[in-house]
Design a protein around this ligand. Structure first.
Ligand SMILES: [Fe+2]
Length: 341
C-alpha cells in the first residue's frame, strides 16, 4: 500500500499565557523545552519523540491549534499530497523550511483546520545529560512521574463529521476507522482517522458553532495503563482536576485520561488500544450506549468535554469569563498561577 502520510509529528497550540502553559507542560507533565523563538513561541518535546519537538506553544488570545504537522512517507509523497489537495480545489503554499524542518506544504482543510505536510526533518538524538543508554531511544526516559512518551493524536471539531472524514480519506488516504452516532437520532458526532496502524491519529467531533478550524483536544501517549493511572494520581496531587477518565474507550480501546492545561486547552493521555493494519477497513457505527466513549457502558461523558477551542461564546458550558462551572482556574491548574511569577 502506497501511503501518503506516515504520522502526526507536531502541533502548534496557542495560549494567552505561554509561560503558564509551558510551566505546566514542563513541571506538571514532564515535557522539556528545547527552543524558543523571538516571537515568543516555545518548543517542547516528550522524552520519546523521534524529532526535536512535538509541541510549539505560541502566544494567542486563547487556546487553539494553529498548525497540525504531518510527515509524509517520502519526498515524492509530499509532492503527490500537495497535488491532490490542489486538485480538490484547495490552494496551499510552499515554504522552503521553517521551524527546523525542510520544505513544507501548508494548507487550510475544508473545515478550516491549518495543516502542514513535510518530509525532511532531523532525527533527534540527545548528546548531553539527557542521552539514553539504549540505541533506539532519542533521549533517556524521563524521571518525571507523569511524563508521556510522545505525541499521539489531535482531535478537531467540524460542522460535518462524515464530510470531514471523507475529505481526508479521499484526498490524503487517511483510513476512516469508526464513527459514533447518537443513540436516539441519526446524527454522527464523532469520527476517527488514521495514517498508520493506530486506531487514530486524527479525530473529529461534531461542532455546533460557526467557528471554523476548532480543536477539541491534543493527546499524548504513555507506555502502560499503570503509568496513565499514576499520571492521573500525580496530576490530582498537584491540584489539576481530571475532566474525564481514567477509563477505556470502546473505539480504539485506548485507556484515556483528560485534563486541562492553563490555557484551558484539553489534553488527553492515552495508552493501550489495538493495532489495525487492514487496508480496506470499513468504519463501524458506534453509539454511546454501545460503549464508544466508555467501554464499560457505565458512565456518561461530561458535558464539558464538548467544549472546543477557540471558545464559542454561545457554548452552554462556558460562562462569560470562559470558565466552566465547577472548574475554577486555580483548582484546574496551580501551574497557571506559578507560571506567571
Ligand atoms: Fe483523543
Amino acid at each position: 500500500m502506497f501511503q501518503l502520510l506516515s504520522h502526526l509529528t507536531h502541533l502548534e497550540v496557542t495560549s494567552p499565557d505561554v509561560e503558564a502553559s509551558v510551566a505546566f507542560y514542563v513541571d506538571g507533565f514532564g515535557l522539556r523545552v528545547v527552543d524558543r523563538d523571538a516571537d515568543g513561541s516555545v518548543y517542547l518535546r516528550c522524552w520519546g519523540d523521534y524529532y526535536p519537538y512535538s509541541v510549539i506553544v505560541s502566544p494567542g488570545d486563547g487556546p487553539s491549534v494553529k498548525n497540525m504537522a504531518w510527515r509524509t512517507s517520502s519526498p515524492e509523497a509530499l509532492d503527490e499530497a500537495a497535488a491532490r489537495i490542489e486538485a480538490s480545489g484547495i490552494t496551499g503554499r510552499w515554504s522552503e523550511g521553517r521551524q527546523g524542518h525542510g520544505r513544507s506544504y501548508q494548507f487550510v482543510g475544508p473545515y478550516g483546520h491549518p495543516m502542514e505536510l513535510f518530509w525532511d526533518i532531523e532525527r533527534y538524538r540527545a548528546s548531553d545529560e539527557n542521552a539514553s543508554i539504549f540505541p533506539d531511544r532519542p533521549e533517556r526516559r524521563s524521571s518525571h512521574a507523569a511524563a508521556p512518551r510522545f505525541l499521539d493524536h489531535v482531535t478537531v471539531a467540524a460542522a460535518d463529521v462524515r464530510g470531514f472524514c471523507e475529505w481526508y480519506n479521499r484526498v490524503l488516504d487517511f483510513r476512516i476507522m469508526a464513527y459514533t452516532t447518537l443513540d436516539d437520532a441519526p446524527i454522527t458526532v464523532f469520527g476517527v482517522l488514521t495514517t498508520n496502524e493506530k486506531s487514530h491519529d486524527l479525530g473529529v467531533v461534531l461542532d455546533s458553532s460557526s467557528i471554523p478550524g476548532r480543536v477539541n483536544h491534543i493527546a499524548f501517549w504513555t507506555d502502560s495503563d499503570t503509568e496513565l493511572v499514576r499520571t492521573a494520581d500525580v496530576l490530582m496531587e498537584n491540584g489539576v482536576e481530571i475532566e474525564y477518565g481514567p477509563s477505556i474507550h470502546g473505539i480504539g480501546e485506548q485507556t484515556y485520561l483528560y485534563f486541562r492545561e492553563p490555557s484551558r486547552l484539553r489534553v488527553e493521555l492515552n495508552s493501550g488500544g489495538y493495532r489495525n493494519y487492514v487496508p480496506d477497513w470499513t468504519p463501524n457505527d458506534w453509539t454511546p450506549a454501545t460503549g464508544s466513549n466508555s467501554i464499560y457502558r457505565n458512565s456518561a461523558m461530561p458535558m464539558s468535554m464538548t467544549e472546543s477551542f477557540p471558545h464559542d461564546p454561545g457554548h452552554p458550558t462556558a460562562t462569560e469569563e470562559g470558565v466552566l462551572p465547577g472548574t475554577e482556574e486555580a483548582l484546574l491548574n496551580p501551574y497557571a498561577v506559578q507560571g506567571r511569577g
